[in-house]
Write a protein that binds this ligand. Sequence first.
Ligand SMILES: NC(=O)c1ccc[n+]([C@@H]2O[C@H](COP(=O)([O-])OP(=O)(O)OC[C@H]3O[C@@H](n4cnc5c(N)ncnc54)[C@H](OP(=O)(O)O)[C@@H]3O)[C@@H](O)[C@H]2O)c1
Length: 245
Amino acid sequence: MDRVAIVSGAGSGIGRATSIALAESGARVLGVGRRKEALEQTAHGHSTIAVLPLDICEEGAADTVVATAVEWWGRIDVLVNNAGVTAVMPLADTDRSVISRLFDLNVTAPSMLAHAALPHLRDSSGSIVNVSSTYGHRPLAGGAHYAATKSAMEQLTRSWALELAPEGVRVNAIAPGPTKTDVLAAAGLPQDAIAELLSHERDRIPTGRIGDPKDVADWILRVADPSGPFITGQVLTLDGGLELV
Ligand SMILES: NC(=O)c1ccc[n+]([C@@H]2O[C@H](COP(=O)([O-])OP(=O)(O)OC[C@H]3O[C@@H](n4cnc5c(N)ncnc54)[C@H](OP(=O)(O)O)[C@@H]3O)[C@@H](O)[C@H]2O)c1
Protein backbone atom coordinates (compact mmCIF):
# COMPACT_ATOMS: atom_id res chain seq x y z
CA MET A 1 0.00 0.00 0.00
CA ASP A 2 1.38 3.35 -1.09
CA ARG A 3 0.71 5.31 2.08
CA VAL A 4 2.63 8.32 3.34
CA ALA A 5 3.06 8.76 7.10
CA ILE A 6 4.57 11.47 9.27
CA VAL A 7 5.97 10.34 12.62
CA SER A 8 7.14 12.88 15.19
CA GLY A 9 9.83 11.81 17.64
CA ALA A 10 11.09 9.23 15.14
CA GLY A 11 14.66 9.18 16.43
CA SER A 12 14.06 6.90 19.42
CA GLY A 13 11.71 4.66 21.38
CA ILE A 14 8.11 4.36 20.22
CA GLY A 15 8.60 6.77 17.29
CA ARG A 16 11.53 4.76 15.95
CA ALA A 17 9.67 1.45 16.27
CA THR A 18 6.60 2.97 14.60
CA SER A 19 8.59 4.44 11.70
CA ILE A 20 10.24 1.07 11.05
CA ALA A 21 6.96 -0.85 11.35
CA LEU A 22 5.26 1.57 8.94
CA ALA A 23 8.15 1.30 6.47
CA GLU A 24 8.04 -2.50 6.71
CA SER A 25 4.32 -2.39 5.97
CA GLY A 26 5.09 -0.56 2.71
CA ALA A 27 4.50 3.06 3.74
CA ARG A 28 6.80 5.98 3.00
CA VAL A 29 7.66 7.67 6.26
CA LEU A 30 8.83 11.17 7.13
CA GLY A 31 10.56 10.88 10.52
CA VAL A 32 10.84 14.11 12.47
CA GLY A 33 12.83 15.00 15.58
CA ARG A 34 15.60 17.33 16.69
CA ARG A 35 18.61 14.95 16.57
CA LYS A 36 19.70 14.26 13.01
CA GLU A 37 21.96 11.31 13.91
CA ALA A 38 19.19 9.62 15.89
CA LEU A 39 16.79 9.99 12.96
CA GLU A 40 19.42 8.64 10.57
CA GLN A 41 19.86 5.61 12.79
CA THR A 42 16.10 4.99 12.53
CA ALA A 43 16.25 5.27 8.74
CA HIS A 44 19.34 3.09 8.42
CA GLY A 45 18.52 0.11 6.20
CA HIS A 46 15.02 1.42 5.40
CA SER A 47 14.99 3.19 2.06
CA THR A 48 11.40 4.41 2.51
CA ILE A 49 12.15 6.36 5.69
CA ALA A 50 13.23 9.95 5.04
CA VAL A 51 14.17 12.25 7.88
CA LEU A 52 13.65 15.90 8.71
CA PRO A 53 15.59 17.18 11.72
CA LEU A 54 13.66 20.01 13.35
CA ASP A 55 12.09 21.17 16.61
CA ILE A 56 8.33 20.78 16.23
CA CYS A 57 7.74 23.49 18.87
CA GLU A 58 9.25 26.18 16.70
CA GLU A 59 7.05 28.67 14.88
CA GLY A 60 6.25 27.39 11.39
CA ALA A 61 7.63 23.88 12.04
CA ALA A 62 4.32 22.13 11.38
CA ASP A 63 3.96 23.81 7.98
CA THR A 64 7.54 22.82 7.09
CA VAL A 65 6.93 19.17 8.04
CA VAL A 66 3.72 18.92 6.02
CA ALA A 67 5.13 20.83 3.02
CA THR A 68 8.15 18.50 2.96
CA ALA A 69 6.06 15.33 2.91
CA VAL A 70 3.76 16.74 0.22
CA GLU A 71 6.67 18.01 -1.89
CA TRP A 72 8.38 14.61 -1.77
CA TRP A 73 5.42 12.29 -2.10
CA GLY A 74 2.33 14.35 -2.98
CA ARG A 75 0.06 13.10 -0.19
CA ILE A 76 -0.31 12.39 3.54
CA ASP A 77 -2.29 9.41 4.85
CA VAL A 78 -1.21 9.12 8.48
CA LEU A 79 0.03 11.55 11.12
CA VAL A 80 1.51 9.94 14.23
CA ASN A 81 1.79 12.57 16.96
CA ASN A 82 4.32 10.71 19.08
CA ALA A 83 6.99 13.20 20.20
CA GLY A 84 6.52 13.99 23.87
CA VAL A 85 8.28 14.68 27.11
CA THR A 86 7.54 13.94 30.75
CA ALA A 87 8.61 15.70 33.94
CA VAL A 88 8.67 14.84 37.60
CA MET A 89 7.18 17.93 39.27
CA PRO A 90 5.25 17.74 42.52
CA LEU A 91 2.96 20.73 43.17
CA ALA A 92 5.42 22.01 45.79
CA ASP A 93 8.08 22.34 43.06
CA THR A 94 5.89 23.89 40.37
CA ASP A 95 7.87 25.79 37.76
CA ARG A 96 6.12 27.80 35.04
CA SER A 97 8.79 27.04 32.43
CA VAL A 98 8.34 23.28 32.94
CA ILE A 99 4.57 23.62 32.49
CA SER A 100 5.11 25.60 29.28
CA ARG A 101 7.60 23.07 27.90
CA LEU A 102 5.24 20.15 28.60
CA PHE A 103 2.22 21.83 27.01
CA ASP A 104 4.22 23.21 24.05
CA LEU A 105 5.51 19.79 23.05
CA ASN A 106 2.70 17.49 24.19
CA VAL A 107 -0.33 19.59 23.26
CA THR A 108 0.41 22.63 21.08
CA ALA A 109 2.90 21.08 18.64
CA PRO A 110 0.71 18.04 17.81
CA SER A 111 -2.25 20.39 17.38
CA MET A 112 -0.32 22.49 14.86
CA LEU A 113 0.84 19.36 13.01
CA ALA A 114 -2.73 18.08 12.81
CA HIS A 115 -3.90 21.49 11.62
CA ALA A 116 -1.27 21.66 8.89
CA ALA A 117 -1.87 18.06 7.76
CA LEU A 118 -5.67 18.31 7.75
CA PRO A 119 -6.26 19.31 4.09
CA HIS A 120 -4.12 16.36 2.97
CA LEU A 121 -5.75 13.95 5.42
CA ARG A 122 -9.14 15.03 4.04
CA ASP A 123 -7.92 14.27 0.50
CA SER A 124 -6.66 10.80 1.46
CA SER A 125 -9.39 9.91 4.02
CA GLY A 126 -6.43 9.53 6.33
CA SER A 127 -6.01 9.27 10.06
CA ILE A 128 -4.27 10.77 13.05
CA VAL A 129 -2.85 8.63 15.85
CA ASN A 130 -1.97 10.54 19.01
CA VAL A 131 0.33 8.95 21.57
CA SER A 132 -1.13 9.56 25.02
CA SER A 133 -0.25 7.63 28.18
CA THR A 134 -2.03 5.47 30.70
CA TYR A 135 -1.59 8.63 32.84
CA GLY A 136 -3.83 10.51 30.41
CA HIS A 137 -6.74 8.96 32.31
CA ARG A 138 -5.19 7.95 35.67
CA PRO A 139 -3.72 10.23 38.32
CA LEU A 140 0.07 10.53 38.57
CA ALA A 141 1.36 11.78 41.91
CA GLY A 142 4.43 13.90 41.29
CA GLY A 143 3.64 14.22 37.57
CA ALA A 144 0.32 16.08 37.45
CA HIS A 145 1.26 18.37 34.59
CA TYR A 146 2.51 15.54 32.39
CA ALA A 147 -0.73 13.68 33.11
CA ALA A 148 -2.69 16.86 32.31
CA THR A 149 -1.02 17.17 28.90
CA LYS A 150 -1.97 13.58 28.08
CA SER A 151 -5.55 14.13 29.29
CA ALA A 152 -5.64 17.10 26.94
CA MET A 153 -4.42 14.89 24.12
CA GLU A 154 -7.19 12.38 24.81
CA GLN A 155 -9.81 15.15 24.65
CA LEU A 156 -8.29 16.47 21.43
CA THR A 157 -8.56 12.93 20.07
CA ARG A 158 -12.26 12.55 20.89
CA SER A 159 -13.19 16.08 19.84
CA TRP A 160 -11.30 15.96 16.52
CA ALA A 161 -12.72 12.51 15.83
CA LEU A 162 -16.25 13.86 16.19
CA GLU A 163 -15.46 16.98 14.18
CA LEU A 164 -13.75 15.16 11.32
CA ALA A 165 -15.78 11.95 11.04
CA PRO A 166 -18.14 13.44 8.41
CA GLU A 167 -15.06 14.26 6.32
CA GLY A 168 -13.69 10.72 6.50
CA VAL A 169 -10.71 11.54 8.74
CA ARG A 170 -10.30 9.23 11.76
CA VAL A 171 -8.53 10.21 14.99
CA ASN A 172 -7.49 7.74 17.70
CA ALA A 173 -5.00 7.58 20.54
CA ILE A 174 -2.77 4.89 21.94
CA ALA A 175 -2.08 5.15 25.67
CA PRO A 176 1.01 3.16 26.61
CA GLY A 177 1.91 2.17 30.14
CA PRO A 178 5.55 1.99 31.21
CA THR A 179 7.56 1.20 28.07
CA LYS A 180 11.31 0.63 27.67
CA THR A 181 12.51 3.88 26.03
CA ASP A 182 14.66 6.95 26.75
CA VAL A 183 11.67 8.95 28.03
CA LEU A 184 12.74 9.01 31.69
CA ALA A 185 16.37 9.81 30.83
CA ALA A 186 15.10 12.64 28.59
CA ALA A 187 13.21 13.97 31.64
CA GLY A 188 16.54 14.20 33.49
CA LEU A 189 16.11 11.23 35.85
CA PRO A 190 19.38 9.54 36.87
CA GLN A 191 19.90 5.91 35.80
CA ASP A 192 19.53 4.46 39.33
CA ALA A 193 16.21 6.26 39.82
CA ILE A 194 15.02 4.97 36.42
CA ALA A 195 16.00 1.39 37.32
CA GLU A 196 14.18 1.66 40.65
CA LEU A 197 11.05 3.13 39.06
CA LEU A 198 10.91 0.50 36.31
CA SER A 199 11.41 -2.32 38.80
CA HIS A 200 8.58 -0.91 40.97
CA GLU A 201 6.30 -0.60 37.92
CA ARG A 202 7.19 -4.09 36.65
CA ASP A 203 6.08 -5.51 40.00
CA ARG A 204 2.69 -3.76 39.67
CA ILE A 205 1.97 -4.73 36.05
CA PRO A 206 -0.35 -7.78 36.07
CA THR A 207 1.26 -9.32 32.96
CA GLY A 208 4.64 -8.96 34.64
CA ARG A 209 6.69 -7.02 32.14
CA ILE A 210 7.48 -3.49 31.00
CA GLY A 211 6.21 -2.71 27.50
CA ASP A 212 8.38 -2.76 24.41
CA PRO A 213 8.18 0.05 21.79
CA LYS A 214 7.26 -2.60 19.21
CA ASP A 215 4.11 -3.48 21.25
CA VAL A 216 2.98 0.13 20.87
CA ALA A 217 4.05 0.47 17.22
CA ASP A 218 1.99 -2.57 16.19
CA TRP A 219 -1.19 -1.02 17.60
CA ILE A 220 -0.46 2.40 16.12
CA LEU A 221 -0.34 0.67 12.73
CA ARG A 222 -3.55 -1.21 13.38
CA VAL A 223 -5.61 1.84 14.28
CA ALA A 224 -4.02 3.93 11.48
CA ASP A 225 -4.75 1.29 8.87
CA PRO A 226 -7.40 2.30 6.34
CA SER A 227 -8.81 -1.22 6.53
CA GLY A 228 -10.09 -0.37 10.05
CA PRO A 229 -12.36 2.45 8.91
CA PHE A 230 -14.91 2.22 11.72
CA ILE A 231 -12.63 2.98 14.68
CA THR A 232 -12.45 6.63 15.60
CA GLY A 233 -12.29 8.71 18.79
CA GLN A 234 -10.88 5.81 20.81
CA VAL A 235 -8.09 5.74 23.37
CA LEU A 236 -6.53 2.30 23.48
CA THR A 237 -4.53 1.57 26.62
CA LEU A 238 -1.54 -0.79 26.25
CA ASP A 239 -0.19 -1.30 29.74
CA GLY A 240 -0.26 -5.01 30.55
CA GLY A 241 -3.34 -4.43 32.73
CA LEU A 242 -1.73 -1.79 34.98
CA GLU A 243 -4.84 0.39 34.99
CA LEU A 244 -6.91 -2.50 36.30
CA VAL A 245 -5.11 -2.69 39.64
N1 LIG B 1 8.05 5.21 27.50
C1 LIG B 1 6.99 5.23 28.26
O1 LIG B 1 6.94 4.62 29.33
C2 LIG B 1 5.77 5.99 27.81
C3 LIG B 1 4.56 5.74 28.46
C4 LIG B 1 3.43 6.45 28.07
C5 LIG B 1 3.50 7.37 27.04
N2 LIG B 1 4.69 7.59 26.42
C6 LIG B 1 4.71 8.59 25.33
O2 LIG B 1 5.27 8.01 24.18
C7 LIG B 1 5.78 9.05 23.34
C8 LIG B 1 7.16 8.65 22.84
O3 LIG B 1 8.04 8.62 23.93
P1 LIG B 1 9.16 7.48 24.12
O4 LIG B 1 8.79 6.73 25.33
O5 LIG B 1 9.41 6.78 22.87
O6 LIG B 1 10.39 8.40 24.59
P2 LIG B 1 11.63 9.01 23.81
O7 LIG B 1 12.49 7.90 23.31
O8 LIG B 1 12.21 10.02 24.74
O9 LIG B 1 10.97 9.71 22.55
C9 LIG B 1 10.57 11.06 22.50
C10 LIG B 1 10.94 11.57 21.12
O10 LIG B 1 10.45 12.91 20.98
C11 LIG B 1 11.41 13.67 20.28
N3 LIG B 1 11.28 15.07 20.63
C12 LIG B 1 11.40 15.62 21.88
N4 LIG B 1 11.27 16.95 21.80
C13 LIG B 1 11.06 17.24 20.47
C14 LIG B 1 10.87 18.45 19.76
N5 LIG B 1 10.83 19.64 20.39
N6 LIG B 1 10.73 18.40 18.41
C15 LIG B 1 10.74 17.20 17.77
N7 LIG B 1 10.91 16.01 18.40
C16 LIG B 1 11.07 16.05 19.74
C17 LIG B 1 12.75 13.11 20.78
O11 LIG B 1 13.77 13.31 19.80
P3 LIG B 1 14.81 14.54 19.87
O12 LIG B 1 15.26 14.62 21.29
O13 LIG B 1 15.86 14.16 18.89
O14 LIG B 1 14.02 15.73 19.42
C18 LIG B 1 12.45 11.63 20.92
O15 LIG B 1 12.79 10.91 19.75
C19 LIG B 1 5.74 10.32 24.18
O16 LIG B 1 4.63 11.10 23.80
C20 LIG B 1 5.56 9.80 25.60
O17 LIG B 1 4.90 10.73 26.43
C21 LIG B 1 5.82 6.93 26.77
